[in-house]
Structures are given as C-alpha cells and as structure tokens.
Design a binder for this molecule. Structure first.
Ligand SMILES: Nc1ncnc2c1ncn2[C@@H]1O[C@H](COP(=O)(O)OP(=O)(O)OP(=O)(O)O)[C@@H](O)[C@H]1O
Length: 627
C-alpha cells in the first residue's frame, strides 16, 4: 500500500522521464527513415484529416502526425497509405529477400539498440546474446509501444515478436522501479497458450532484464512454490490462463497494479479453449493499462476481444496480404507417400535433408508421435513430445533437444507454436496439418531469426488438392521430391502406423477449410485428429485422444463427426481468412488521441476492475485447458 502511494505521488516525474525516452526513440527511429518511409509520412501529412500535432519536436511531430492520421482501430486496406515507416521498409525488403532479418541483425540497416535510449541494462543483456539491432517488427512496435498505445501485432514466425513487446515493457518497468522502488504485485502480465511458450517468454524477459523479478506460472507444476514467489514480489508474471486464474482465486496473484498485459499467440488461446479464461482475466485488470495482442491470425473472437478490451489500438501487421506467409529463408518440399510407407520414409528424409542437424517431425496424434519416435530410435537419437507426457519430462525433452543431446523430436502440435529452438534445420509434416495456420506455425520452427531451413510435407495421392490449397494460402511453392521406394515389410518397425493417413485430413463437415469437392471423402478425420494432437491440454483433450484411436485409421473419421465444437471454432477461422484480405495492408492503423502517451503509466492503478466478482463458479482445475 505504501509503495502504491509512493508510486502514485511520483507519477509526474515518471511521465517526464518516459516522455524523454520517447523523444530519443523518435529521434533514433526517424534518423533511420528510408526515402520510401519519408514519403509515407509526407502522404500522411497532406491527408484529408490533417491534425496539427501538439509537439514541436520535429521528430515527434512526424510520428504524431502519422498517428493523428490513422483513424479507427480496425484493419483497413484504406490505411495502406498511412502505413508506418518501418512497415513500408519491411515490405520492400520482404519480397524475395531472404536477408531482410539476417542483414539487420548482422550490421545491416537494423536500428542499433544502443542508440535507442533504453536502459543500459537491457542493451547490455541483449548484446551479450548477440542482439544489437532491432528486427523489423521490433522497430515497428517500439514507438507506439513506448507511447503507451494499445496494439495488435502480427509478423511472421521467428521474426522477434517476443522482444518487440518485451523491450518497451521492460524498459518502462526498469525506469518505473528506479523512480518508485519495487512493488510486490506484477506490473506486467503476459498470457500464453502453452506452458512451453510461457516458459520461453518468461526466459526472454528474464534474460533481457536481469534486475527484474519474473515468474512463470502454469499447470502441471506445484502451485505452492509459485505462491511463495508471488508473495516475495514480482515485476512480470507470465503464464497460461488456467493457472493464473487459480492463483487469483487463491489470493496469491494480485492483478490490481498491472499496467501492461500481453496476449501472445492470441489466436491460439481460442483454439485451445482458453477464450473464456482470457476474458475473465482481462476483466480483472485495471482499466488504465496498456494492452498488446500478438496473433498470427485474427479470428472473429480476437476482433471482438480487441473491441472490448483494447483502447483505440494501433495495428502493426508485417504479414498483411503479402502472399508469402512463411519466414524468408524457408524452402518447402512435398513428397507423396502412401499410408503404409509413410513412417518408413522419415529416416531417409532426415538423413538426406537434415544432414545431421536438428529436425522436428510433426504428427497429428500422440500415439503416432510415440510410435514414430520409438521406430526411429532404432536408427537415430530421437524423442517424443506431446501432452500426455509429464510436464517435467516435457521440459527435459525440450532441454535435451535444445542442447543437442538428440537431433530428432517427434511432436504433436503442442510444439507447433512459438517454440524457439535455435538451429532447427528441418521440419517434417508427417501428415497434413489441420489448417494453414498450423502449417505456418509448425514450419516456423525452422528458419528463425533470419536463418535458413526446410520443411517437407508428406501427403497421399488423394490429398493433392489440399496440398495445392496450402501452397496457395501460404504463398510458397512446394518442390516435389522424388518418391522413396519402400521395400515390402520395411514398415514393421513402425508397427501399427500407416493405413490411415488418407483419412487423417479434412473432414469434420463444414468446419474443414480444406474440405470440398470429391476430395472430402479422403479427408475424413479432420476434427478428431486435431484434438488428439493437442491432447495434453486439458482433460477434454486427453480424454478424446485416449478414447479415440483404437481403430487407428478408419475409426478416426467417424470420431470426427462427433466433434461439433471444432466446427464452431473453425468458423472463426473462416472469417479470419476473409478478414485478412481486407485488413492486411493496413499495417499501422488506429486512432491518435492517446499519443500523448505515458500519462497512463502508473496512473489509476487502484481504479481497476472493481465489481467483477468473476471467479465464483469458475472451474477449479488450473490444468483444465493447458497442454
Ligand atoms: N533483434 C534481434 N537480433 C537477433 N536475434 C533476435 C532479435 N530479436 C529476436 N531475436 C531472436 O530471434 C529468435 C526468434 O524470436 P521470437 O521467438 O521472439 O520470434 P517470434 O516472432 O515470436 O516467433 P513465433 O511466431 O514462432 O512465436 C529468438 O531466438 C530471439 O532471441
């Protein structure tokens, strides 16, 4: 309480410090404007709704003008002309330029972090990890984030989204703490859809700002220790929604001072059934806060969430309607294999294409992951990762993979999102994923931070049309690999696998984006596969999968017909795809009156979510929906 009072009494000083930071960042950003970017600003200035900026600083003026032009918060193609400088710069470089990130990290035209006026602690910590220049999404996010804008961010996999929101937040917290001392309750809350992703985000925060106290909370681990750590005091809390709610209910986590909330992989929250939990948490937060949402796609739930919980958000979209949805530097291949021979070609593919490097093979089901891993261990060092494996073992497995103790990870989609394992050379899609987003995220485990990588999609004859659709939707042409002859009987080591892949894709009725036409009959089990792939999150997931695969093959299609719930979800995705066409080019939209920026920081911290009784009837199982 005393801390809170002290913090409040010092708000004005805090605003002054933070405003100074913005000015220096604006200066740094505009110093790096390309001619194209400058043109964008000029266009913005002569726009029809020209508003005089309040700040005489020439650097800030441009930025402010830009924001004042921006208009409403939705994605709108009409906002192209007012897209931000970093965005147009990125677009120019993205098309056909596989060096767009690599060059900026290695002394190209990225923005030098040491020139930004951010805390020396962060500069030093990042530098020790070899991070000296901002990646494009980081550059695009920095200024509006430092101004306190709510935002929606979108960029390709492995392009540095975590630090894009991380740097501004930790810089603000470090400066705030320096002025006002450390508080007990977190100032920042980051929600992630999976435990692994939560751990990774927390690690990135911790390593980038060693002086801050961070905590990562998720189910499947003892809660008492997390409660003790919260009691000691933390600056940043990262976690999965289920455990966060549990901690709030136990009175261990107090969100009343949260100034920054981030939803990482926001669209995935919906897919794994966290929608309700997320809203419950957002309702509990102080009204005066900065909210950021990073999402690869924008299903309708995200859009309504945005309307409800974000204040006049700016949208930063570095993917847009660009045809190419994969990160630069990723080569995509396809190979045809019949259901029986599928498991047997993994070895040759790994040998030929991973060349001793790291490889992740994605399967649809936990059972396939186990069996394939078991079969492969006869020739390779290999382990499985899925939701039925205990949390501690999952962590050991991931650590072992990162450390190079083994080179092949066979995983369900529990590993598809956000995981940042450096130097994964090859991704193999053992079966077609459920939708394009999953393909993009799985594939995005390679080719990260400007590196090169390959992805191989295995498909069966009757899935050819679906492959074409993925090709179209991700804007990447698959190079067809020569089929690999499988000797009769060679599949024995993968006993029980195969004979089903033809049914592993599509189906599920109208929810299947890849369904349609005569191919649909071949895609029988879309719905059920998906849930089993995620089996580890929540009781629903595991139940489904455990009951599901006895028949392994044709049974799976019948199972999908019972999955009414996925139809609804994928309806959201249907609309997202419609949305992305209209939204994409608008990379930097949003209103403006909040550009005065830091005033909100710290203010009104006690004026939070009063009256939200909230949790009374809410489920008690924190593990309910986590992977
Ligand atoms: N400016 C930078 N310079 C060099 N490396 C960076 C920079 N920013 C981030 N990285 C590194 O790039 C990798 C990918 O970053 P990150 O995991 O944040 O990507 P992402 O966009 O969130 O990916 P995904 O969409 O898969 O979640 C990480 O290893 C990170 O440390």
């Amino acid at each position: 309480m005393i801390t809170t009072v002290l913090r409040r009494s010092c708000l004005d000083a805090s605003r002054r410090t933070l405003s100074a930071s913005v000015t220096s960042i604006n200066a740094a950003l505009f110093h790096h404007l390309t001619p194209a970017a400058a043109r964008v600003s000029d266009v913005a200035r002569i726009g029809p709704t020209d508003v005089k900026p309040p700040n005489p600083d020439p650097f800030s003026v441009k930025a402010r003008e830009f924001h004042f032009q921006s208009g409403p918060s939705e994605f709108r193609a009409s906002m192209v002309s007012t897209a931000g400088f970093a965005i147009s710069e990125r677009k120019d470089r993205v098309i056909g330029d596989s060096e767009s990130i690599g060059s900026s990290s290695s002394g190209g035209d990225g923005l030098a972090i040491s020139e930004l006026g951010i805390s020396p602690e962060i500069v030093k910590a990042l530098s020790s990890k070899g991070i000296e220049k901002l990646f494009p999404i980081q550059k695009a996010v920095l200024e509006p984030a430092m101004q306190g804008r709510d935002m929606i961010g979108r960029a390709r996999t492995g392009t540095g989204k975590t630090l894009a929101f991380g740097i501004p937040i930790i810089d603000k917290i470090i400066k705030f703490n320096a002025k006002h001392g450390r508080g007990r309750n977190p100032l920042c809350l980051v929600l992630a859809p999976t435990r692994e992703l939560a751990r990774q985000v927390e690690k990135e925060f911790r390593e980038s700002a060693p002086s801050l106290d961070t905590i990562c909370v998720y189910g499947g681990t003892p809660i008492a220790q997390q409660m003790r750590q919260l009691d000691y005091g933390v600056d940043v809390a990262v976690g999965t929604p289920g455990r966060i709610i549990d901690l709030i209910k136990r009175g261990a986590l107090n969100l009343s001072e949260v100034q920054f909330v981030v939803l990482d992989e926001a669209d995935q929250m919906l897919q794994v059934g966290f929608a309700e939990d997320v809203e419950i948490i957002l309702e509990r937060l102080p009204e005066k806060r900065q909210s950021m949402m990073f999402s690869a796609t924008m299903p309708s739930w995200i859009r309504s969430l945005t309307k409800k919980y974000l204040n006049d958000p700016v949208t930063i979209d570095l993917v847009g309607d660009s045809d190419q949805k994969l990160a630069d530097g990723i080569m995509t291949y396809s190979i045809i294999a019949d259901s029986y021979g599928r498991a047997s070609i993994i070895g040759p593919l790994v040998t030929e294409h991973a060349k001793g490097g790291k490889c992740i093979v994605f399967t649809q089901t936990k059972r396939d992951a186990d069996r394939l891993a078991y079969g492969l261990t006869k020739s390779f060092k290999c382990e499985a990762l899925h939701g039925d494996i205990s949390q501690s073992q999952r962590e050991r497995t991931l650590a072992g993979f990162r450390d190079g103790n083994f080179n092949i990870l066979v995983a369900t989609d529990v590993a598809a999102r956000g995981l940042d394992v450096p130097n994964v050379d090859l991704i193999i899609h053992y079966e077609l994923p459920n939708n394009t987003e999953t393909f993009v995220h799985r594939t995005g485990r390679t080719g990260r931070a400007g590196k090169k990588g390959s992805a191989i999609l295995i498909y069966s004859q009757e899935q050819s049309r679906a492959v074409k659709m993925i090709e179209r939707e991700v804007g990447s042409r698959f190079i067809e690999l020569p089929s690999i002859a499988v000797e009769h009987g060679s599949g024995i080591m993968f006993d029980g696998m195969g004979a089903r892949s033809g049914g592993s894709y599509g189906g599920g009725g109208s929810s299947n984006r890849y369904s349609g036409g005569s191919d649909r009959s071949g895609f029988g089990s879309f719905g059920s596969d998906r849930s089993s792939g995620y089996g580890g999150f929540g009781s629903g997931g595991s139940d489904r999968s455990s009951g599901g695969f006895g028949g392994f093959g044709s049974d799976r299609s019948s199972q999908s017909s019972g999955r009414g719930s996925f139809g609804g979800r994928s309806g959201d995705y249907g609309s997202s795809s419609g949305r992305s066409g209209g939204s994409s080019s608008n990379r930097y939209s949003g209103g403006s009156d909040r550009s005065s920026s830091f005033g909100d920081f710290g203010s009104g911290r006690s004026s939070q979510s009063s009256g939200r009784s909230g949790f009374g009837g809410f489920g008690s199982n924190d593990d309910k929906k986590s992977y």
